[in-house]
Design a binder for this molecule. Structure first.
Ligand code: NDP
Ligand code: GDR
Length: 371
């Protein structure tokens, strides 16, 4: 018998990698996607299976984490062995703009699924994974952060995720549901949303190198993050649901870099070196050397500037995870270094920037997306 998994947020970065992993493992995979006015399945189109074929093992359902009747109906229909709750309004800065919606989708959404499991009498059958986050540590109380480090959330997103974290623990203890939290530190990939800082950087540097864009505007470049690869991290999401006993785990690399360093690594990938001057809102990044054959920018070009518009009302300055528990109990170690991650992201974005440059050269108009 095939195992059955249901993924919320299947159209997102992690949803795509997880669906691929579970299909490779022989699962029947169901995903919840939101209705949108344009196609929103780019990240999973390569996994599409014709629903008219009798043996298809990947099915999408329309739904939303803010709609409990819809969640109950899908879970009743699918009868999943495992639910991965990856769906969320996941952008920290945007959560300050839409705090109430963020609380509803990211906090109450987890409760709605756990209640659906209970209402449908699936407590003994269905295992539940909650996408918890290093943002829970916010104003950090201990370095590095581990499972026992106290939380201090610093955004509406993190506060909503804190509710989801504790309701997951509570339903495990109250109703014996196999439910666990993966406290995942930042993880990136070529599929990362374009407005998160890493992807914003790799896209912009690629476009600047080809003369399609002049400057990259960023917020707080001194922020420190522990960045891993999403492909490595979804393996952990699966592993956490395969244990005898449900537990919560920190997933991180244990290595920390600044946003500024990430910019430097991305530029170096294309043979561009940067020099920094100024401070805070006046900081700029100037091209100091160009060795990349395809890079069109020149020494002296200012290609990075700070725009305080990207500052957050409350910032998380430093995050560094201690993944010892995951290593000891699950035998997990991250496979991808930051340099490898940056190289993969830059290569992917440089390829699509080159396509845009060719289209432009052929006399057609191209439009970039803007925040
Ligand atoms: P993405 O933003 O790439 O994906 C989020 C997914 O959630 C998308 O499929 C989105 O749909 C969907 N979604 C948003 N709102 C709703 C809603 N109301 N109902 C149903 N689905 C919804 O995030 P990631 O893949 O990067 O992250 C996955 C999860 O892990 C998220 O919960 C995130 O908060 C959490 N997390 C992520 C980390 C990271 O570094 N990536 C670290 C720690 C935690 P649509 O495509 O339509 O927008
Ligand atoms: P984060 O990721 O807030 O850690 O949340 P993001 O990439 O948005 O920011 C990381 C750090 O970079 C700083 N920064 C900028 N960020 C963005 N987005 N845009 C900018 O221009 C910019 N300039 C500087 C930020 O201030 C911040 O310090 C991610 C999300 O995936 C969450 O869903 C997840 O829970 C956490 O990671 C772990």
């Amino acid at each position: 018998m095939k195992k059955v998994a249901l993924i919320t947020g299947v159209t997102g970065q992690d949803g795509s990698y997880l669906a691929e992993l579970l299909l490779q493992k022989g699962y029947e995979v169901h995903g919840i996607k939101r209705r949108a006015s344009s196609f929103n399945t780019d990240r999973i189109d390569h996994l599409y299976q014709d629903p008219h074929e009798s043996n298809h093992s990947f099915t999408l359902h329309y739904g939303d984490l803010t709609d409990s009747s819809n969640l109950i109906r899908i879970i009743q229909q699918v009868q999943p062995d495992e639910i991965y709750n990856l769906g969320a309004m996941s952008h920290v800065a945007v959560s300050f703009e839409s705090p109430e919606y963020t609380a509803d989708a990211d906090g109450m959404g987890a409760l709605r699924i756990l209640e659906a499991i209970r209402i449908l009498g699936l407590e003994k059958k269905t295992r539940f994974y909650q996408a918890s986050t290093s943002e829970l540590y916010g104003l950090v109380q201990e370095i590095p952060q581990k499972e026992t480090t106290p939380f201090y959330p610093r955004s509406p997103y993190a506060v909503a995720k804190m509710y989801a974290y504790w309701i997951t623990v509570n339903y495990r203890e109250a109703y014996g549901i196999y439910a666990c939290n993966g406290i995942l530190f930042n993880h990136e990939s070529p599929l990362r949303g374009e407005t998160f800082v890493t992807r914003k950087i790799t896209r912009a540097i690629s476009r600047i190198a080809l003369g399609l864009q002049d400057c990259l505007y960023l917020g707080n470049m001194s922020a420190l993050r522990d960045w891993g690869h999403a492909r490595d991290y979804v393996e952990m999401q699966w592993l956490m649901l395969q244990q005898d006993k449900p537990e919560d785990f920190v997933i991180a690399t244990g290595v920390q870099y600044s946003v500024r360093q990430f910019v430097e690594f991305a530029a170096q990938e294309l043979g561009i070196s940067l020099a920094w001057s100024g401070e805070g809102a006046d900081e700029i990044g100037t091209v100091s050397e160009v060795t990349g054959k395809e890079a069109k920018c020149k020494v002296g070009d200012v290609i990075v500037k700070v725009d305080p518009r990207y500052y957050r009302p409350t910032e998380v300055e430093t995050l560094l995870g201690d993944p010892t528990k995951a290593k000891e109990k699950l035998g997990w170690v991250p496979k991808t270094s930051l340099k490898e991650l940056v190289a993969e992201m830059v290569q992917a974005d440089f390829t699509s920037a080159k396509r845009d440059a060719l289209v432009k050269l052929a006399g057609f108009q191209t439009f970039d997306h803007h925040e």
